[in-house]
Write a protein that binds this ligand. Structure first.
Ligand SMILES: [Zn+2]
Length: 462
């Protein structure tokens, strides 16, 4: 790759002298950074003249994705390119704003076109199926003979497609996903992670994408993230008495509060729902890796390689927020900083990987080493669980079990609404322990909550 010899200022003014608003308007900054080029002007043959750090071959790959002809007019280094993109767009940003009134600017001009392709349609159909059936994960697994598409159902079982996807179609879907998630598709990195938002059925949904190289190609997981408007505590948990206890403990000033649970138990969902509630009257800052849901009312800080949890936490203390939330507590330095922050009267909420009190203590001891010193600083620990929700359309009284338990219990044979699985969506419940000399259960235990939910016909007792 040839590195430009021009000093930055000179390169900037040279680039600026060539740039036409018309070309800039075709892409936004995020797209330029993801495609690794800067559109400069339109040639007479309607090609987009670009500054880029890609070579001709890589540029040809980009052309296929954006379905536009590109003309390399200047090769620059990646650092120079990013500098130029920021410089040119900020310099001409004002003109772009005014240009809006003449012609509406489309934020992602390439995406609707991509989704209109055959593979784009297929991906959209799969995502629509995923959101309408509350499916958490959608997988693409490359096998020797083709690519298998499968889903993780609400019952945590995997259901596989009967037909395999061709490698060619899958490679196109991968490219679309990379564009949607602003991932660098020219990279040969063995692991890529990103997220995107898409409007389906008139609502906006968020997805997280993870792509990993395997023996037979790249395997992809698309996880559906909870939507901001779904983060209503009363919607998430049908046991209202628990909500009052939870909020009362979590909103106490100072000290550490934990939301704990195994992987996929709804810790982050509960954390977000609580923060959303707090943000109505309080200043809330979160530090996350990365923020899973974009919440307008909350100030969310993503951690980076050079700005980790501990660094970010130190920095936000100066802002004096009412509540600071940590996406996940997983290193001793962060725990130490959090302890110091609590000593200064700050309220810290953190999620942590631990299924019960014993596991929680083990985790904390592994991080801090001194349980007795830390314990007085913990206001509460909340454990979360997710249960598949019985399909309300096909549910029936479970005569066999009802006789056994001498109570009305329900089951669901399956219908079209629940894709014959008998369940639709999930119910989040939590068990709350307040801190002090020993941890004390506040409110109902998981067992009591499950029994109550089963009697209401919301979940099944296994
Ligand atoms: Zn059903």
């Amino acid at each position: 790759m040839t590195k430009s010899n021009l000093p930055s200022e000179e390169l900037r003014s040279y680039c600026l002298s060539l740039v036409e608003i018309k070309a800039l308007r075709i892409f936004n900054v995020i797209e330029c950074r993801s495609f690794l080029f800067l559109p400069v002007f339109m040639t007479v043959s309607d090609e987009i003249a670009v500054f880029t750090c890609l070579n001709e071959q890589e540029l040809a790959e980009v052309e296929k994705i954006i379905r536009r002809k590109l003309k390399l007019i200047r090769q620059v280094s990646k650092e120079e390119l990013f500098d130029l993109i920021d410089y040119v767009y900020s310099k001409l940003g004002l003109k772009l704003e005014t240009a809006k009134t003449e012609k509406p600017q489309i934020s992602h001009p390439v995406i609707p076109e991509l989704l209109a392709s055959k593979e784009g349609e297929l991906l959209k159909n799969l995502l629509e199926y995923q959101v309408s059936n509350s499916i958490s994960d959608l997988y693409f697994v490359p096998l020797k003979s083709g690519v298998e598409v499968s889903i993780k159902t609400a019952m945590n079982t995997t259901s596989k497609s009967t037909e395999l996807l061709s490698e060619e179609a899958y490679s196109k879907i991968l490219n679309i996903l990379k564009v949607l998630s602003n991932l660098n598709f020219a990279t040969s990195a063995p692991y890529l992670e990103g997220s995107f938002r898409l409007t389906l059925f008139g609502n906006q949904y968020s997805f997280r994408v993870s792509i990993v190289s395997t023996l037979h190609g790249k395997t992809t997981t698309i996880r559906q993230l909870s939507r901001s408007e779904m983060l209503d505590l009363t919607e998430l948990t049908p046991i209202k008495s628990q909500i009052g206890i939870l909020l009362e403990l979590l909103k106490q000033p100072g000290k550490l509060k934990f939301i704990a649970g195994p992987m996929g138990s709804g810790k982050t969902t509960l954390l977000y729902a609580v923060l959303k509630q707090f943000a109505k009257t309080n200043f809330v800052i979160t530090i996350e890796d990365p923020p899973e849901i974009d919440l307008e009312e909350i100030c969310q800080i993503p951690v980076r390689k050079d700005f980790d949890y501990a660094c970010a936490l130190k920095a936000v203390l100066r802002h004096n927020p009412d509540h600071i939330a940590l996406g996940e507590l997983r290193d001793s330095q962060t725990l130490k900083t959090a302890e110091q922050a609590c000593a200064l009267g700050h309220s810290i909420l953190a999620t942590i990987h631990a299924g019960d009190l014993v596991a929680f203590r083990t985790r904390i001891e592994a991080l801090s080493g001194n349980w007795d010193l830390l314990k007085p600083n913990i206001t509460c620990v909340v454990f979360t669980r997710l249960y598949p929700k019985i399909c309300q359309k096909c549910r029936i009284v479970d005569l066999k079990n009802s006789e056994l338990e001498n109570k009305t219990l329900f089951t669901s044979p399956g219908c079209e609404r629940c894709s014959f699985t008998g369940v639709v969506g999930k119910i989040l419940i939590f068990e709350i322990y307040s801190g002090g000399s020993s941890f004390q259960l506040e409110g109902l235990s998981f067992k009591e909550q499950c029994a109550s939910l089963a009697r209401k016909g919301l979940i099944r007792i296994a």
